[in-house]
Design a protein around this ligand. Structure first.
Ligand SMILES: N[C@@H](CCC(=O)N[C@@H](CS)C(=O)NCC(=O)O)C(=O)O
Length: 219
């Protein structure tokens, strides 16, 4: 049985969205981020990213991890690319060139977008967006996102999706990092193709099913 270690309120959303799209059976093994607990090492604390039993699965101490009938893999984007490749269908690469493009866009998301986009998300989640410090943090992050978001805007003005003219795992991987910046509307209002693409991705039943479960989880 496929197992995903993590919680919905984490980067596990990436494989969990893909799993909804694929409609495959799986078990969610709850592992919460240690920083969300007051005393992660206390006896009786929920299994978390510092727990010995989870570190035995993932020595990197982060979620998500996957165990697919004994094949253990870490890193959310590696997990989605593996699952797409394993289960096939339109969501997965049709050939080696498409696979390379999906890896390319996933790495672009992780290396050029994720860190500044997360800064926007954490500033807003911390209620600091109207403070001087928060405004500066968001402005700096938006500046760092200009070039990668302009590249996405150009790509999506000429292509309906990230790869292959159809919804694929590459859309999930990129949308799930772009999402962190969605709280700062000017980045999207000035880029209509990017805005339309992410809204269409998030309108999919697979995203909505994942999101409903995330929302139902305690914050
Ligand atoms: N690049 C990794 C990052 C994983 C990561 O940082 N996950 C966070 C939760 S979203 C985590 O587990 N943090 C552990 C902790 O802070 O204790 C991935 O995409 O899987």
């Amino acid at each position: 049985m496929l197992k995903i270690y993590g919680v919905y309120r984490s980067r596990a959303t990436r494989p969990l969205w893909l799993i909804e799209e694929l409609g495959i059976p799986f078990e969610l093994v709850p592992v919460i981020q240690a920083y969300r607990l007051k005393e992660p090492m206390a006896p009786g604390a929920p299994v978390n990213t510092l727990s010995a039993e989870f570190l035995a699965v993932n020595p990197m101490g982060s979620v998500p991890s996957m165990d697919d009938d004994g094949f253990v893999l870490h890193e959310s984007l590696a997990i989605t690319l593996y699952l797409a490749r394993k289960y096939g269908g339109d969501i997965s690469p049709r050939d080696i060139a498409e696979e390379a493009q999906m890896v390319q866009w996933s790495l672009f998301g992780a290396t050029s977008i994720e860190t500044p986009a997360l800064k926007i998300s954490s500033t807003i989640a911390g209620g600091k967006q109207d403070s001087e410090e928060g405004k500066t943090d968001i402005e700096v992050a938006a500046r760092l996102l200009k070039r990668p978001f302009d590249a996405l805007e150009k790509h999506l003005s000429n292509n309906s999706h990230m790869v292959g003219g159809r919804f694929t795992v590459a859309d999930i991987n990129v949308a799930e990092v772009v999402r962190y910046a969605q709280g700062y509307a000017p980045l999207f209002d000035s880029r209509p193709a990017l805005k339309a693409w992410i809204e269409a991705a998030q309108a999919r039943p697979g995203f909505k099913a994942m999101w409903d479960k995330r929302t139902a989880e305690p914050a």
